[in-house]
Write a protein that binds this ligand. Structure first.
Ligand code: PMV
Length: 321
């Protein structure tokens, strides 16, 4: 069967940085994200005896090397689960630049997990789909369920998965994706996770991050935007403090990244309220209320070095289209 799926990227407000188990991708800490509505990956897959080997096309190019190996390994996991040996043809398209800190591996592996498992005849419950996506790329497990999603770290393959704590309609916040450079990030996220523990700050971060997660969940329950935003910024900076002080150190920011951070903070003093977060890369996500979206978009577009601002909102998880 041929199956086509859309999976969104997700934006972490409490980050996953560093693993307890690298192979199973068990995170060092529980974390929390929202699914985006527009940014994502469309993947079409077919298993058939007419294929003599797996073929993988991403964004119009035949995949090779490490990228292809990662996809084929995931196909092997799906084949193992279904006890089927057929080869597959995978065609995947991101509607945004990949490897630029916009979480293409999250949407990509969520899309591959849902489309692959369906096409091979499996009907996995949401929890098992999340676990499968997690082994492909940790944060992908948060792109299966809709809206506000918590990834409970767990300590083995069975109990480390993500689930929706509130659906996409619960609280209408907007996300402005500020693109500053389309260059691939200098160090791939998988390699970054490996060095997280070499930072002197990693232990301190771990001692605090789950308390921050609990506080954040309370701010979401109360729909307290200022509290949520402050925790979100502190969290992004705490993760980047670990990155900046690991060995080798990971400096993902550009001068433009700092310019956007400072602009957001200055506008807040003038009562235009928004908050930033950043992943592995130079690009910045700005979170705001619907009423401020247009004004912020206009202001962000005027900042020197901003290539494009994409509007997004909180959306549903992976689905067949
Ligand atoms: O799932 P990975 O290995 O691409 O890691 C995601 C890491 C961050 O985007 C920096 C944080 C997160 O929780 O999404």
């Amino acid at each position: 069967m041929k199956i086509k799926v859309f999976a969104p990227t997700n934006l972490a407000f409490i980050k996953y940085w560093g693993k307890k188990d690298a192979k199973l991708r068990i995170p060092a800490n529980s974390n929390l994200s929202v699914c985006l509505d527009r940014l994502g990956t469309i993947t079409e897959i077919e298993f058939d005896k007419k294929f003599s080997e797996d073929s993988v096309e991403i964004d119009g190019k035949i995949s090779e090397g490490r990228e292809r190996d990662r996809v084929v390994k995931h196909l092997d996991r799906i084949r193992n689960l279904a006890k089927v040996e057929l080869k597959a043809k995978v065609v995947s398209k991101n509607n945004f630049p990949k490897s630029a800190g916009l979480s293409s591996s999250a949407s990509g592996f969520a899309a591959l997990s849902l489309s692959g498992s369906k096409a091979i005849g499996l009907n996995l419950p949401e929890k098992d789909l999340s676990r499968l996506a997690r082994i492909g790329s940790g944060s992908a497990c948060r792109s299966i369920s809709s809206g506000w999603v918590e990834w409970v770290k767990g300590d083995d393959d069975k109990n480390s998965y993500a689930y929706s704590i509130f659906d996409e309609k619960y609280w209408d916040l907007r996300v402005l994706v500020v693109i500053l450079s389309l260059k691939r990030k200098r160090v791939e996220t998988t390699d970054g996770h490996k060095v997280a523990r070499t930072s002197l700050f990693f232990k301190t971060r771990l001692e605090n991050v789950e308390k921050r997660l609990e506080k954040m969940k309370r701010s979401i329950e109360k729909k307290n935007f200022s509290e949520l935003g402050e925790l979100m910024e502190l969290e992004a900076l705490s993760m980047h403090a670990v990155m900046l002080t690991s060995k080798p150190n990971l400096v993902y920011w550009l001068p433009e990244t700092v310019r956007v951070i400072q602009a957001v903070q200055d506008w807040r003093k003038e009562r235009l309220e928004s908050y930033f977060t950043i992943n592995t890369g130079q690009n910045v996500f700005v979170v705001c209320k619907p009423k401020d979206e247009d004004e912020l978009m206009e202001k962000l577009e005027k900042i020197k070095g901003v290539i494009e601002v994409k509007k997004d909102r909180i959306g549903k998880g992976a689905r067949i289209i």
